[in-house]
Design a binder for this molecule. Structure first.
Ligand SMILES: Nc1nc2c(ncn2[C@@H]2O[C@H](COP(=O)(O)OP(=O)(O)OP(=O)(O)O)[C@@H](O)[C@H]2O)c(=O)[nH]1
Length: 578
């Protein structure tokens, strides 16, 4: 798996952290702002509803007070006052408030006595609810469509039906006797005017709409141009006063919905109206969404900036490390004279470079020590090798010397020093080997013993040196006369033995005869002048396989004895009976 580099890790980490922060900030702020916005908007539209509510209540209270003031006027209570005078008072009042559609005084039997602009005068209003209720007490009646007045008054410009709110009060004469009912019809256009004062076009552009409901929940005032009959109210409309509740209306849209209740004012007890104000959440929360989007955009830019910052930071952190790593690699590849750079940008890199420099210095030191050591070692090995070579050569020559000495010693051990012939011990060893060879090959072997005749006399007469010379010459003669495979030994004194391989007794006899003749030819010079000659006697025996050497030699010796006894200078063969 390829290793990640520091730059990408820090870039991603910085970008991720800032992106997460931006996202969470957007979500948290969005959430907080949404709540705050909901509250603000809820309060704002509740305040608008409250304004409308207050104006409606105040307006109604003023109308009630108007009617009560008129009913308390002495002129009106005095039955002798002319209708014209009283009508003039009512007209005057109507002028102060243009939305009075009708103010009139009805007699106890319900006949209108005088009224603004003479409307309905002489007509019976006995069945009208305001008259019925007004006979008993102060009455304020909920909105209703005009019955009698509809024909008398001109229709509204916007085509809406003429609707009124009624105010009525009983009137008592100066004696306190019931005089009739003073009633007023207040055109509902008044409410529309109030609504338009509060809900300005600017607010309408923000989608803010208001609905006024009567006590039974019917819409008595809808936004301009909206037919109240077409408006469906949500089932879950708040029942108590509420500020900015999110409510889904039957048109499928979500609205922040506020509700306020009218409560009357002073003389006006209130009619239980509700004022509902709504604003589409889509519009209400647009600033919040815009804020969220702004945070996200700023966050994204922040993430980018942080990623670049991360990359720069990683570069700044990694640069000294990379330089150190590069120097270390070059050193590893064997580049000489290279120094690990000093990286003092920050304490960690300074520490690392100092450690590496120390390490490299130590290594260089070790390397030079090792080189010196190697050279010394090589020289030592060279010297040791030379020494070893010399020792080897010395050993070799010693071994060669020793081998030749051994050979000489062996020769000395097996040779008679006077004659150079085999001595007795060597003869026995060689004879044994020949015996075994003859036994394997089944060839005959013969032994010959011979002895110089009267040798004592030579020694005695001419001295020992002459005797020695006689022995040497005899040895030379015998050695020159024999085959290579034949053995000749000096057995002691002037006695000699011959072993003749592959030779039967007859052959041995011929050899012995030849030697006897040759010995007799020997002339040993003497110091006093002249020469000495001598003879020798020979005894022959076969060496049969069943006999040991000692026995065979005894037989040959026996034959020699016989030759000596027979007169010397002769050859005798061993005979069993002798
Ligand atoms: N010069 C010399 N004399 C030796 C040597 N070894 C033995 N002798 C002598 O040889 C003589 C041998 O004498 P004997 O045993 O009596 O025999 P001989 O005189 O030869 O008599 P026969 O053998 O009976 O003919 C002695 O006098 C020894 O001293 C030797 O190496 N050199």
């Amino acid at each position: 798996m390829p290793r990640k580099n520091l730059r990408s890790v820090l870039m991603v980490a910085f970008a991720a952290v800032s992106a997460i922060m931006a996202l969470s900030l957007s979500l948290v702020l969005g959430h907080l702002a949404t709540e705050r916005q909901r509250e603000d908007i809820g309060e704002a539209i509740s305040e608008l509803a409250g304004q409308l509510r207050d104006q409606l209540d105040r307006g109604m209270n003023q109308r009630v007070r108007d009617i009560q003031i008129i009913a308390a006027l002495r002129q009106v209570r005095d039955p002798s006052t002319s209708k014209n005078d009283n009508r003039a008072v009512l007209d005057k009042l109507a002028q102060t408030f243009p939305n009075y559609a009708f103010i009139g005084m009805a007699s106890p039997d319900g006949i209108v006595q005088y009224a603004t602009h003479g409307l309905l005068e002489g007509k019976s209003v006995a069945e009208r609810p305001w008259f019925q209720a007004g006979k008993r007490d102060l009455f304020t009646g909920d909105i209703h469509e005009a019955k009698l007045l509809a024909k008398l008054l001109s229709p509204q410009a916007n085509g809406e039906p003429l609707r009124f709110v009624d105010v009525a009060t009983p009137v008592f004469d100066l004696n306190g006797q019931f005089l009739g009912v003073l009633g007023a019809h207040l055109s509902w256009a008044w409410a529309r005017g109030l609504e338009q004062n509060v809900f300005t076009p600017a607010r309408r552009n923000q989608g803010i709409e208001t609905f006024v409901l009567n006590r039974s929940g019917e819409i008595i005032l809808a936004p301009p141009g909206v037919d109240p009959a077409t408006v469906k109210l949500p089932r879950n409309l708040p029942t108590a006063e509420a500020a900015g509740e999110p409510v889904t209306w039957p048109d499928g849209n979500d609205y922040l919905t506020s509700l306020v209740l009218t409560h009357g004012e002073q003389n006006f007890a209130g009619l239980g109206w509700k004022i509902v104000v709504r604003q589409p959440t889509r519009i209400a929360f647009a600033p919040v969404r815009s804020l969220q989007l702004t945070i996200l955009v700023v966050g994204a830019i922040g993430a980018l900036v942080f990623a670049l910052l991360g990359a720069w930071l990683a570069e700044a952190i990694a640069r000294p490390m990379l330089r150190l790593a590069e120097a270390a690699e070059r050193l590893q590849q064997g580049e000489s004279g290279l120094e690990i750079p000093l990286e003092n940008q920050y304490s960690e890199s300074a520490r690392l470079s100092a450690s590496l420099r120390h390490l490299v210095a130590g290594l260089n030191d070790e390397r030079s020590k090792l080189a010196t050591l190697n050279q010394a070692l090589e020289e030592q090995v060279h010297a040791r090798t030379d020494m070893l070579d010399r020792a080897n050569m010395h050993l070799l020559s010693t071994l060669e010397e020793r081998a030749s000495m051994v050979k000489q010693l062996e020769e000395l051990a097996s040779t008679d020093s006077l004659t150079g012939l085999l001595n007795r011990r060597a003869f026995w060893l060689r004879a044994d080997m020949e015996y075994k060879r003859a036994a394997r090959s089944g060839t005959p072997l013969s032994l010959v013993m011979f002895d110089i005749d009267h040798f004592k006399r030579i020694n005695d007469a001419y001295g020992h040196d002459v005797g020695d010379e006689a022995l040497r010459q005899l040895a030379n003669v015998v050695s020159a006369s024999l085959r290579e495979i034949d053995l000749v030994a000096r057995m002691g004194g002037e006695e000699f033995a011959l072993l003749l391989p592959e030779t039967a007794v007859e052959g041995a006899q011929l050899v012995a005869e030849r030697l006897r003749e040759q010995v007799a030819q020997i002339r040993v010079p003497v110091a006093t002048g002249g020469v000495v000659s001598f003879t020798a006697s020979f005894g022959i025996s076969a060496w049969p396989q069943e006999l040991g050497l000692d026995h065979a030699l005894i037989r040959a010796d026996q034959a020699l004895y016989n030759a000596k006894n027979g007169g010397r200078d002769q050859v005798r063969i061993y005979e069993a009976q002798s």
